[in-house]
Design a protein around this ligand. Structure first.
Ligand SMILES: CSCCC(=O)C(=O)COP(=O)(O)O
Length: 800
């Protein structure tokens, strides 16, 4: 299944991928952990191990193998009674069971950070008089002075009147920095120089996950640009990829960035990168394992994907909801913009009808960004306010009608979001509706007060959780809706957004998901979305307005009672549809297929949880998300941005369901509504050609996501998924959580256990299990719809 999807998606074009190193491409995070040096079994390790390995007695033995790796140590891990192969502290573990250990591997295991720790003293002694080292030393002393002034906890000064004292204090200072996972340029420069020698001598080789070279090759062949952004020095980055266990991988990269552009958890850093690569944020996907980095990137307008690897910090439920995650680079696919062409055509029609509608999907570059101050937008906002009062039914109707695209004149209900009072009084459904409508406002009001943002956020959250079905129902116009939603979600003020999100969740869904992190994430996502939308989706916003308007029009005069009635009726219909949906996606798939063929232009960013079976609700949610994204496909940027958000939304929904926070009735209703909407869409699609494209998108989304996605997500949430992200217990949750790569010795995670069970760490297989992210990085439709190579997306990979 996964392979098929990939092959289908391979047609898609992407632009730029920005990659983080540690934890995404490499397992440095493992290496840097404090590997138990005691040759005796470590009870603590065993205790910290996942249940799968609870029966195993672990014994880590650092083995000095100068014959193979010079001074680098290989840590041999014995699992007595265990059957799993795993990695410990970043070092591939060898499973001996009760049998004698197998012959030593001829290859050196990655031990970058341990190598520094173990060889630092000798290095200082040996290089003390070298000019390069002197420079490194001076830089470290400068950093030490700064740290002292900053009164950092545990600060270790570099002092001494005598060389021996200096050497000793320097050693301690460096080790302290590493213990703290400092990312100082001084430390990274020294480390890079130490690794350089190690690489040259063959003492170490850079571990790179198996899927990475494959993905790099694929992306490169597709014409995408790939950059690296790591806290490690550029020199160290090049050394790493130039000396990987898979050979020299430097040919795949177009550039490297380190903290010279700024810290990885600061949005300005990503803006600097965009400036240097001369690319639009919407064209760039940032892959990282650190949520805070993803948040920063999103804030800069980049699309983000969290790469879940063994040893990476585990995402909490909120983060899982808010961020798209993959377990393998191969899970990341770039959809073609073929659909965009259709969308464009549709948009053209719409434009003719309505002047506001602008180009749909294509890359932000192609898309003309409407002025945020555009009076039309304000009008839309006002409309939104009206629509806010409207009930969910309206939303549903809107969704089902798909008229959003066809009905160009519809105004966006963005203003509603701005009105906090309205949102508060509104019912959850109404909130959800509002959220949908509101997004545009957010875009427009990127600078708006937090209050508005909060409302919007809430709405968005609600939609994601409870009204996803509605979103699903939304046809291509959903693009607009989606865009608006995402845009809406994007709160101008982070705080407000966060708050609103949390509130919305708690209120509408009764789910206690209002954690700061979640809020932040959502906020980040929203921000990202906003940025993109603002830059590129203005047209889409207009479209969205149109889409939204129909709903609002239908519901403008409807009272809460009416809404309830409508909802009830819709629910009934949806229930029937749901039964269909639940039973199988066949119907949806069939429709989707047909529509997809016709409307391939619609790009579903949906995240597919491949293997894991998910509940229908979850599936519905996923589908909805996808649709949302698809709708946003009008602008590539939107899609990309929305993708994470959508995913997160889906996840959030799932999470809610899992937590049982959301009432079963509510969830069922949403599902039903979703189904009903989908069906309605189909019907509408067949009826209206114009709407067909939109419906097709929705259907496509449904197809791509499949039931499996929902099931998998649910399983993940429940922790039942075999390889679900949730199951991937990061040995040290703290690792990476703060951008810290180093940490205490890691314990085997559930993922490791899975790996031990014969599952490749980053193999495509694992990816199948993992969530498949189908993000529409960019829409090359303009450039040449259907031609993947034409528009290469930029891929930024972070290795942390
Ligand atoms: C260039 S390989 C070494 C990477 C490194 O030293 C590091 O600290 C990575 O940190 P990041 O914040 O990029 O995860």
């Amino acid at each position: 299944m996964a392979g098929e999807k990939r092959s289908q998606d391979q047609d898609e074009t992407a632009r730029t991928v920005l990659i983080d190193i540690e934890g995404t491409t490499t397992s440095i995070s493992f290496v840097k952990t404090d590997i138990p040096r005691a040759a005796t079994p470590t009870t603590a390790m065993a205790m910290a191990m996942p249940m799968a390995m609870a029966m195993a007695v672990v014994r880590a033995i650092p083995t000095h193998r100068p014959d193979v790796c010079g001074k680098a140590s290989i840590y041999t891990v014995e699992f007595h009674g265990g059957l799993l192969s795993s990695r410990l502290g970043g070092v591939p573990a060898r499973v001996f069971g009760k049998s004698p250990p197998p012959p030593p591997s001829p290859s050196c295991f990655e031990t970058l950070f341990p190598y520094v720790r173990q060889n630092l003293k000798d290095y200082i002694e040996t290089k003390w008089e070298d000019e390069e080292f002197k420079q490194d030393y001076e830089k470290l002393k400068e950093q030490a002075k700064k740290d002292e002034n900053d009164k950092l906890d545990g600060f270790v000064a570099i002092i001494g009147d005598k060389p021996e004292e200096e050497k000793d204090s320097l050693l301690k200072n460096v080790l302290w920095q590493m213990d703290s996972d400092r990312k100082t340029g001084a430390l990274k420069q020294l480390q890079g120089h130490m690794w350089r020698e190690a690489y040259k001598t063959g003492a170490i080789k850079a571990h790179v996950y198996e899927d990475v070279p494959k993905a790099l090759e694929s992306w490169k062949n597709d014409g995408r640009k790939i950059y690296v952004y790591s806290s490690g020095s550029v020199e160290a980055q090049k050394l790493l990829f130039g000396h990987s266990i898979h050979g020299d991988l430097l040919k795949y990269f177009s550039g490297f960035f380190d903290t010279e552009v700024g810290a990885k958890q600061e949005s300005d850093s990503y803006k600097n990168i965009l400036s240097k690569i001369d690319d639009q944020p919407s064209n760039v996907v940032f892959l990282t394992d650190v949520v805070k980095e993803a948040a920063a990137a999103k804030e800069a307008g980049l699309s983000t994907v969290i790469v879940v690897r063994e040893g990476n910090a585990a995402l909490n439920d909120e983060e899982k909801i808010m961020y798209t995650t993959i377990k393998s680079f191969l899970d990341l696919t770039f959809q073609t913009s073929t659909k965009r062409q259709k969308l464009e055509t549709t948009n053209e029609k719409i434009d003719k009808d309505t002047t506001d509608v602008s180009e749909p999907m294509d890359t932000s570059e192609d898309v003309e960004v409407p002025d945020i101050n555009d009076p039309n937008i304000k009008k839309n906002e006002d409309v939104k306010k009206e629509t806010e009062s409207e009930g969910t039914e309206c939303l549903k109707n809107q969704m089902s009608q798909d008229t959003s695209i066809s009905s160009p004149q519809k105004e966006e209900p963005m203003a509603i979001e701005k009105d906090p009072s309205n949102s508060e009084q509104k019912t959850p459904i109404a909130e959800a509706e509002e959220s949908v409508v509101k997004p545009k406002d957010m875009n427009e009001d990127t600078n708006n007060s937090s209050g508005n943002a909060e409302e919007t956020v809430k709405d968005d959250t609600t939609l994601l959780t409870t009204k996803k079905s509605d979103q699903i129902v939304i046809p291509e116009k959903t693009e607009e809706n989606l865009d608006t939603v995402t845009t809406e979600i994007v709160p101008t003020a982070n705080k407000s957004l966060d708050v609103s999100i949390s509130e919305s969740i708690s209120k509408s869904e009764n789910t206690p998901t209002s954690s700061e992190e979640k809020i932040k994430d959502s906020t980040d996502i929203a921000k990202d979305i906003k940025v993109e939308s603002v830059d590129k989706t203005q047209v889409a916003d207009n479209d969205k307005k149109d889409d939204i308007e129909p709903q609002s029009q239908n519901c403008d005069n409807t009272t809460a009672d009416k809404l309830k009635e409508c909802l009830t009726a819709e629910k009934d219909e949806k229930e029937e549809k749901e039964s269909k949906i639940v039973s199988g996606k066949s119907e949806n798939e069939n429709v989707t297929k047909n529509e997809q063929e016709e409307i391939k232009n619609v790009e579903p960013i949906a995240v597919d949880l491949a293997e894991n079976g998910e509940t229908t609700q979850a599936a519905v949610e996923n589908i909805t998300v996808t649709e949302m994204e698809a709708t946003t496909s009008t602008t590539d940027v939107k899609k990309e941005v929305t993708t994470p958000a959508d995913v997160s939304a889906e996840k959030s929904l799932e999470t809610v369901a899992k937590t049982e926070k959301i009432d079963e009735k509510t969830s069922q209703e949403t599902e039903e509504t979703m189904v009903t909407d989908a069906e309605k869409r189909e019907n509408e699609t067949t009826k209206q050609e114009t709407k067909d494209e939109e419906t097709v998108k929705e259907e496509n989304v449904v197809d791509t996501k499949d039931k499996n996605i929902v099931d998998s997500e649910k399983q993940k949430l429940n922790g039942t998924a075999q390889n679900g992200n949730t199951d991937v217990p990061v040995l040290d949750d703290k690792l990476h959580s703060n951008g810290l790569n180093e940490g205490p010795s890691k314990e085997t995670t559930s993922e490791e256990a899975a790996a031990q069970n014969g599952e490749p760490e980053s193999s495509s297989e694992s990816s199948a299990e993992s969530i498949k992210v189908k993000k529409v990085v960019d829409s090359t439709v303009v450039e040449g719809a259907g031609e993947p190579d034409v528009v290469p997306p930029v891929v930024v990979a972070a290795t942390s």
